[in-house]
Ligand binder design. Structure first.
Ligand SMILES: NC(=O)c1ccc[n+]([C@@H]2O[C@H](COP(=O)([O-])OP(=O)(O)OC[C@H]3O[C@@H](n4cnc5c(N)ncnc54)[C@H](OP(=O)(O)O)[C@@H]3O)[C@@H](O)[C@H]2O)c1
Ligand SMILES: *[C@@H]1O[C@H](CO)[C@@H](O)[C@H](O)[C@H]1NC(C)=O
Ligand SMILES: CC(=O)N[C@H]1CO[C@H](CO)[C@@H](O)[C@@H]1O
Length: 352
């Protein structure tokens, strides 16, 4: 059959063709891209007076995104489930320079809440320029150890993935009108395959895939910036994980095992990098920026990554997580003092 012949031909010709075109086209292509990125830095968006929705603004990266946008004079709609924390963040954002801040209590896993948060924002401000899909939760548990009804995993997907999809759907008409932008918090774990985060990783990989497709549909009408933070100081890295019982617990030992010897980035630096990237119109922002090389590790040495995670991050079978090798290395060398920002050496995690 002719089509088989075509595939045979492509099987033989595609790899060398790709290899040589990489050699020839990659350098000029990257030169051109760097040139464009310089242009984009010069003509970076001024968000003063613009209207920004931030979901999950009551703590962590979302809270600091509110301060960063506030400093630049943007008008803010902050949403999350904890109203009290949200109001504190709103006050601080006003002090930092935001001319108008509203707070909306919403659970992004509920579609009606997502519709309401967009409607309330547009009713109040009359427009919408940036939508930041940040609300998210983490689960750190071996897949086999999770309860078989798997409700906690579904909740994770409802918040991380569906929450962003719902909110985006209702925001699109307003973003088209203003030529606005969508900022998405994915994660480096969408490509670094770690143990204990299978469903979290899947939810973040789903977000990256979904918003990459939307970017093709929108063209230049609505910009999309996908942020893929590595380890950033916050509720998540201070050990507030969704555990087996489905509740949030502070588990320092597990945190040390999971985050382990990776240096943890500062949350304000992360927020600044994300807003800068969004204003420039970058497609991706990885913070800390060196973390993007892990993408190459994963691409070229996947076996080595998997093997070292097994060796370091998993205890020998039947042992509790804190007996994993990297936790012991960390305790023995005192590396924690150097690798983590001081604020999370003894975390005080807000729980409600
Ligand atoms: N920290 C890291 O190392 C890291 C790395 C990669 C990606 N990320 C991503 O960055 C985002 C922010 O994480 P973070 O580290 O800043 O964690 P965090 O401090 O726990 O913040 C999570 C935020 O999401 C909100 N939220 C959770 N579930 C919600 C729901 N159903 N409806 C509405 N809001 C909800 C929380 O507010 P309420 O509890 O008040 O609702 C909170 O404000 C997440 O998407 C996370 O996956 C973080
Ligand atoms: C942004 O725009 C505001 C007014 O719209 C102006 O006052 C401010 O100087 C501008 N900021 C920058 C960095 O250009
Ligand atoms: C995008 C991506 O690479 N995600 C990874 C998440 O984890 C799964 C299974 O653990 C991997 O197969 C994926 O490659």
């Amino acid at each position: 059959m002719a089509v088989d012949l075509i595939h045979k031909f492509l099987n033989i010709s595609a790899p060398p063709f790709t290899f040589f075109s990489f050699l020839f086209f990659l350098p000029p292509y990257y030169l051109f891209k760097s040139f464009l990125s310089i242009l984009r830095s010069i003509f970076s968006e001024n968000v003063s007076g613009k209207v920004v929705i931030i979901t999950g603004a009551s703590s962590g990266i979302g809270e600091h995104l509110a301060y960063e946008y506030g400093r630049r004079g943007a008008r803010l709609a902050l949403t999350a489930r904890r109203e009290k924390s949200l109001n504190e963040v709103a006050d601080r954002a006003r002090d930092l320079g935001s001319p108008d801040v509203i707070t909306i209590r919403a659970d992004v896993s509920k579609i009606d809440d997502c519709r309401r948060l967009v409607d309330d924002t547009v009713n109040h401000f009359g427009r919408l320029d940036h939508l930041v899909n940040n609300a998210g939760m983490t689960s750190v548990v071996m897949f086999e150890d999770a309860p078989p009804d798997m409700t906690s995993f579904r909740a994770l997907m409802e918040t991380n993935f569906w929450g962003s999809v719902y909110t985006t759907r209702f925001a699109i008409p307003h973003l088209r009108h203003s030529g606005g932008k969508i900022i998405v918090m994915s994660s480096a774990s969408s490509w670094m395959t770690e143990p204990r985060t299978s469903v979290y990783n899947a939810s973040k990989a789903a977000m990256s895939a979904f918003f990459d497709s939307l970017r093709v549909e929108f063209g230049s009408d609505i910009g999309i910036t996908i942020a893929t933070p590595g380890y950033i100081e916050s509720g998540l890295t201070s050990g507030k994980f969704l555990q087996r019982e489905g509740e949030l617990e502070v588990q320092q030992d597990l945190r040390d095992t999971q985050v382990s010897l990776m240096p943890v980035g500062s949350v304000s630096g992360c927020a600044r990098a994300i807003v800068n990237g969004a204003c420039r119109g970058d497609r991706y922002v990885t913070q800390p920026s060196w973390f993007s090389v892990t993408y190459l590790w994963k691409m070229f040495f996947p076996e080595v990554i998997e093997w070292s995670y097994r060796l370091f991050a998993l205890p020998s079978s039947g042992r509790p997580p804190h007996e994993a090798l990297n936790k012991r290395v960390m305790d023995f060398t005192g590396a924690k003092k150097v690798l983590y920002p001081s604020s999370i050496q003894s975390p005080d995690v807000k729980t409600e």
